[in-house]
Design a protein around this ligand. Sequence first.
Ligand SMILES: [Fe+2]
Length: 288
Amino acid sequence: MTSLQDQMRVKYDSYTHHTISYHILVNNEGQESERSFDVWASQAEIEAFARDGYLVREALIEGEPLEMLRRALDEVEEAEFEEADGSRLRGRDWIPRHLFDKHADFHMLINFDPLLSLARAVLGPFVRIRQLAARISYPGQPVQFTRWHHHQPGMTEPVPPFFAVPHKLDCLIYLDELNDANGLLAVVPGTHLHDGEELPLEEHGNLAGQRELRAPAGSCVMLHGNLWHRAMPTGEEGKKRRVLILSYGPTWMRSSPFANRPENGLLDGVIEGADPATQELLGIGGYQ
Ligand SMILES: [Fe+2]
């Protein structure tokens, strides 16, 4: 069986790489003063990501690892459907959360350098995972979440001089093809940079400058949390569209506030047995 790590070893050379070294200004002798990362992208790609607020990695995960993630999500979906007595859908999509706690096969995404190294290239050396969630959309569901939105409220007008701009990233890992039938993704490049313009709440139509994204299964769209975007409807002729949402933020940002972690979740054991770098990635330390 091919693991995700094996697959990435094979794919390593198909991406441009560069090294980024952060010198960390310390306060006391003996403190860590340098962190370097092999970034799975060119500097030009990182610049475009910073400018546009999104970056697409087509068919990043394929074959057996992609099947494993699909199966894992299907199993979580089944278990939660049963628990909710089959009445949980109400014509909407389904958003299971805290997936690292619910299925061990998702743990392959914890130290996933093709995405994590890009997060470190734009957020800096102190990065944590805020949550792994998913969104499952069903063909022809009556309630479609198609209005323009972003994932990170909290900007203000005016912006105070010492305001900490809430930069975070959501990596949308599409387990099914992102196409017109399943519902594509539309984004408005540059809207994450906050020029004071208000998000058009309840807007379901096209916006000037929008781009429509289509991509094969296993593709990932990395989004800045403030980027305006919307999913288009999953039509009757489409298939179930499963997307994992892997969220990164700075280590000092709390974990995703949505839903409580399940008791006795699998993540506790992972944190306990992990090296300090992985523990930091999972929210333990790395903050003041
Ligand atoms: Fe969204």
